[in-house]
Write a protein that binds this ligand. Structure first.
Ligand code: PHE
Length: 356
C-alpha cells in the first residue's frame, strides 16, 4: 500500500496537464485501477486482515482523490495566470482609428460648414429651396427676361412635361438666387440669410461641372448699402482664409441686382499656385449687388420701404482656392484616393456648428 501511495502521489505531482492527470486517476482509482484491484483482494483476506486493510485502502483512495483535485486546481490556476499574462492590456495605448474602408468628410461639405459657421457669426440664418425649380422662381421673379441667354437650352437642364401639358417645364435651378424670392415670400423683411446648395448648368471642363455648389447671401433692411456688402464679404474672406483679404468691386450686370458688381479677392501666383490675401493680383469669386426693386416686389417686399444686398458665390471654387485643388471635376469623381488626400478626418472637424 505504501508503494501504491508513493507511486501515485508522485505521478499526480508530475502531471503537466489535465489529460495526464486523468490518466493517472484511471490507473489509480478507476474501475480497473490498482487501488480497485487491491480492494478486490479484500474478499480473500481473513476478517482480521480485512479490518486493517479495508479502511487503509479507503483512506488511500480518498488521499489520491484529493491529491488529484488539488493538482487540478493548481494546473487551472497556472493556466489562468498564463492567459492573463498573455492578454495583458495597455490602457494607455492610443485608440485605434477606423480602418481603411472609412471615408472622410468631403472638402465641399467641410467648406459648406465653414461658410455657414462664419456667416452665422454675423447673424445670417440658413435658408433652403428646392433643386428642381419652376421657371418663375429661377428666372421670372429674378427679373430675367424670356430672351435672356441663361434660359437657353444650351445652359439649362429642363425637365419634361407630360405630353399635352403646356405649362413651362421645371428646371434644375441654375443658381441659388431663387431662394431669395422664396425666403422673402416666407419671412418678409427685414431678413438676413445665406442659402447654400446644389445648382446645375450644362458645362464641363477643368473649372465647370454640370452640378456644383453655390451659397447665396441676402440682407434686407431699411438702410442696407453696398458698404455693408463690402464689409460682410471682407469679414467673410478674412475669416475663411485666415488672413486679411482685400476685395475689388468691378461694375457688372445681373438682371436681379442694380447696381451690380463682380467681386475679386486679392491674390498672388507663386509657382502656378494661388495665394490668397497677398500680392497685387485679383481673382473673381462672386457676383453681387443691390437687390433690384422688381425682385423685392416679386418677393412681396415693398421697395419703397426696404432695400438690401445679395451675392452668389461658388462653394467649390473657394474650396479649390483654400486647399489648392487644381481640377473641379475631381470633386465629383468619387475617387477615394483623392478624397483621402484632400478630405478631412471626421475627428479633425469641429462639431460646434453641427454636421452638414
Ligand atoms: N446668381 C448669380 C450667378 O449664379 C450670382 C449672383 C447672386 C449675382 C446674387 C448677384 C446677386 O451667377
Amino acid at each position: 500500500m505504501d508503494d501504491l501511495r508513493l507511486k501515485y502521489l508522485g505521478l499526480i505531482a508530475g502531471s503537466a496537464d489535465e489529460s495526464a492527470l486523468e490518466e493517472v486517476r484511471l490507473a489509480a482509482i478507476g474501475k480497473k485501477g490498482e487501488v480497485a484491484l487491491a480492494m478486490r483482494e479484500l474478499g480473500r483476506m481473513t476478517p482480521e486482515e480485512r479490518q486493517v486493510a479495508g479502511p487503509a485502502l479507503n483512506a488511500l483512495k480518498d488521499e489520491i482523490t484529493s491529491a488529484i483535485a488539488a493538482r487540478k486546481q493548481a494546473l487551472g490556476d497556472a493556466a489562468l495566470e498564463e492567459r492573463l499574462r498573455g492578454e495583458w492590456l495597455d490602457v494607455t495605448l492610443p485608440g485605434r482609428r477606423r480602418g481603411d474602408g472609412a471615408g472622410t468628410i468631403h472638402p465641399v461639405s467641410q467648406v459648406w460648414e465653414e461658410v455657414t459657421a462664419i456667416f452665422a457669426d454675423m447673424g445670417f440664418a440658413v435658408a433652403e429651396g428646392p433643386q428642381v425649380e419652376t421657371d418663375f422662381y429661377n428666372f421670372d421673379a429674378l427679373n430675367i427676361p424670356s430672351h435672356h441667354p441663361a434660359r437657353g437650352e444650351m445652359d439649362t437642364f429642363y425637365m419634361h412635361r407630360a405630353a399635352g401639358d403646356d405649362r413651362p417645364p421645371h428646371v434644375l435651378r441654375t443658381h441659388t438666387s431663387p431662394v431669395q424670392i422664396r425666403t422673402m415670400q416666407d419671412q418678409g423683411a427685414p431678413l438676413r440669410i445665406i442659402a447654400p446648395g446644389r445648382v446645375y448648368r450644362a458645362d464641363y471642363d477643368q473649372t465647370h461641372t454640370p452640378m456644383f455648389h453655390q451659397v447665396e447671401g441676402l440682407a434686407i433692411d431699411k438702410s442696407i448699402s453696398m458698404a455693408n456688402l463690402k464689409w460682410v464679404l471682407e469679414e467673410f474672406f478674412t475669416a475663411y482664409f485666415g488672413t486679411t483679404v482685400k476685395t475689388r468691386f468691378r461694375a457688372s450686370h445681373f438682371p436681379f441686382t442694380e447696381p451690380s458688381a463682380e467681386v475679386d479677392i486679392q491674390c498672388s501666383w507663386v509657382d502656378g499656385q494661388v495665394r490668397v490675401g497677398e500680392g497685387d493680383g485679383w481673382l473673381e469669386v462672386l457676383g453681387s449687388g443691390m437687390v433690384h426693386p422688381h425682385v423685392l416686389r416679386a418677393g412681396g417686399v415693398d421697395p419703397d420701404q426696404w432695400q438690401g444686398f445679395a451675392f452668389g458665390m461658388g462653394i467649390d471654387r473657394i474650396a479649390m482656392l483654400k486647399y489648392g485643388i487644381p481640377d473641379l471635376r475631381a470633386f465629383f469623381d468619387s475617387d477615394l484616393r483623392w478624397l483621402r488626400h484632400y478630405g478631412f478626418s471626421p475627428l479633425a472637424v469641429p462639431t460646434l456648428h453641427g454636421g452638414v
